[in-house]
Ligand binder design. Structure first.
Ligand code: FES
Length: 161
């Protein structure tokens, strides 16, 4: 299905009695923080690398407990994370390069496995980035970002550019 450009909404003039000086939020809840990671303390750095769809490798030093989605987004790598890390999509799909490293990881939950079944290009070492928390055991892990993701909310495939 072709992607159509979204029309830009025309600015509407509000009547004077409705104008407010400060913008108001439409939500009463705190916004979720995406791409929030904690800088590692000296001596406690954990190494992780991402290979993007162009084959370029990006190396990072991160803290224990950071997840792969947040790490990718904090470093402007292209990982969508459509559900905000709530294990309700497959747009944070990553492929762990080394099967031995994959075996060191905690087992995926049933929810993660259900979402992985919907991932484009599923492999034996696929995981959802938002569900993988970095730990000392995963020091040196390399993950590959798939060339495409399947976003069922958009009922579409999105090629990563
Ligand atoms: S961001 Fe949706 S499952 Fe990870």
């Amino acid at each position: 299905m072709p992607v159509t450009a979204r029309k830009t909404a025309r600015p509407r003039k509000q009547p004077v009695w409705k104008q407010v000086d400060t913008p108001r939020s439409l939500s009463a809840t705190t916004g979720m923080q995406h791409g929030h990671i904690t800088p590692p303390k000296p001596g406690e750095e954990i190494n992780v690398s991402f290979i993007d769809k162009d084959g370029e490798k990006w190396d990072f030093q991160v803290s224990e407990g950071d997840n792969l989605l947040d790490i990718a987004q904090a470093n402007d790598l292209e990982m969508e994370g459509a559900c905000g890390g709530s294990c309700a999509c497959s747009t944070c799909h990553v492929i762990v390069e080394d099967p031995d490293m994959f075996d060191k990881m905690e087992e995926p939950s049933d929810d993660e496995n259900d979402m992985l079944d919907l991932a484009f290009g599923l492999t034996e070492t696929s995981r959802l980035g938002c569900q993988v928390l970095m730990s000392k055991e995963l020091d040196g892990m390399v993950v590959r970002l798939p060339s495409m993701t399947r976003n069922l909310q958009a009922s579409d495939f999105q090629a990563k550019k």
